[in-house]
Ligand binder design. Structure first.
Ligand code: NAD
Ligand code: DAU
Length: 361
């Protein structure tokens, strides 16, 4: 019923989170003839404040629901006549997966299987079945495991899965289920595996926003181990653009790697972040360097990630647009200009988590 004024309806799960909110904003603005339904259970990481600028758009709807709840998911699929699902909802923080692995199995594995099964049941009930339908699963480069230093290797779409953390094991498992629904039931599915995102609206438990907030508050910056681990950083809006392209133009059954071609050693990134944040706060150069504090390493800490994104570049013409220096400065500026957002999300339960995580360091 809801869909009759629109050409098509897309369900985005986890649209109130970091990447999901940037994707929802982009879809709502770029495709006024598409109904965009954001389904999110609003865990600690989900925040509707991320979307206040588009909440009144005629082609946007929000539904508070859990991806593990089959009754709610079926009712949303039917009510909005959903043609495509872009599935981002997940537990996403590696440190939390080490302390609470079962939450990650429930949401990332069971939740994904529930989404697949509901989409299958709904689409198979329609006269057109799977025609014009797609289930796009948003995953991570962490499923490929860890690369060594200095050998120039990169993760390709064909790299063997080798997850190490409970988070990446749960994501790897969910990727396999998505491919199983394609191969077994003929459901049009595809998977994207992306590297580390950064930008506005990321929950400040992840490296970049946590450290910006700590520099602001003159709190220690807990660098794990010797800070030698390497990540490949991508600006979140570039990821949202890639997801849009793959969803609309990618090939069902395929996998697309997405990355920034932008590898940084953690300690070098932290020093760059300290410099930019001090500048933006109007503090003297080097003022916050003393906050850098080497702490016990993360258990099973993957050494290096690096994505080979040549497939999406050659097939769909996507490349990251944002240079790291500009993206990082814009990100620092955003957090400093949105202190009330930071304070809202770091109060309550997160304050207890923060104390537990960082006590004694
Ligand atoms: P996030 O933690 O910021 O957001 C997750 C969202 O999912 C939140 O809005 C949360 O409320 C919602 N959610 C969690 N459990 C739910 C449930 N049971 N039912 C409904 N909603 C639920 O995560 P993010 O960083 O935006 O990551 C989004 C997706 O992208 C994840 O699948 C993640 O694995 C993947 N990914 C993230 C990165 C990254 O660098 N952040 C990189 C590659 C892939
Ligand atoms: O690679 C993609 C993944 O990137 C996503 O799938 C995950 O959802 C996302 O959280 C991210 O995982 P990481 O573990 O790489 O991100 P995080 O920001 O937690 O850590 C980045 C690096 O910084 C990592 O090597 C661990 C280190 N680190 C992190 C924190 C939070 C620290 O040294 N100190 C810290 O306090």
């Amino acid at each position: 019923m809801e869909k009759k004024h629109f050409d098509k309806a897309i369900l985005v799960t986890g649209g109130a989170g970091f990447i999901g909110s940037h994707l929802v904003r982009r879809l709502v603005k770029v495709y006024p003839d598409t109904l965009v339904v954001n389904m999110d259970s609003l865990t600690y990481a989900g925040n509707l404040e991320n979307l206040t600028d588009i909440e009144d758009y005629p082609n946007y709807r929000f539904e508070k629901a859990d991806i593990c709840d089959a009754t709610s998911v079926m009712s949303i699929l039917r009510r909005y006549h959903i043609d495509g699902v872009i599935h981002l909802a997940a537990e996403s923080h590696v440190d939390r997966s080490i302390s609470d692995p079962l939450d990650f199995v429930r949401t990332n594995v069971m939740g994904t299987v529930n989404m697949l099964q509901c989409a299958k049941n709904y689409w198979e009930s329609l006269p057109e079945k799977y025609t014009g339908k797609l289930f796009h699963h948003v995953s991570t480069d962490e499923v490929y495991g860890a690369l060594e230093l200095g050998n120039g290797q990169m993760f390709e779409e064909t790299t063997r899965y080798d997850p190490h953390s409970p988070y990446s094991a749960a994501k790897a498992s969910s990727d396999h289920f998505v491919r199983a629904w394609h191969d077994t039931y003929g459901m049009p599915t595809l998977v994207t595996n992306c590297s580390n995102n950064y930008g506005p609206n990321q929950f400040p438990e992840k490296l970049i926003p946590l450290f910006i907030n700590n520099i602001r508050n003159r709190r220690p910056l807990p660098v794990y181990g010797k800070g030698e681990n390497i990540r490949d950083w991508l600006y979140v809006e570039d990821h949202a653009e890639a997801l849009d392209l793959v969803f609309h133009n990618g090939k069902a059954g395929d996998t697309y790697n997405i990355g920034g071609c932008n590898e940084w050693r953690n300690i070098d990134l932290v020093k760059a972040l300290v410099k930019i944040t001090d500048q933006e706060l109007g503090r003297p150069e080097g003022d916050s360097v003393h906050l850098i504090n080497f702490v016990t390493d993360r258990k099973g800490h993957d050494l290096r990630y690096a994505i080979d994104a040549s497939k999406i570049e050659h097939e769909l013409g996507w490349r990251p647009r944002t240079c790291f220096e500009d993206g990082l400065r814009a990100t620092v500026r955003w957090y400093l200009d949105n202190i009330s957002w930071l304070e809202n999300v770091t109060s309550g339960a997160y304050a207890d988590y923060y104390k537990r995580m960082y006590s004694g360091r």
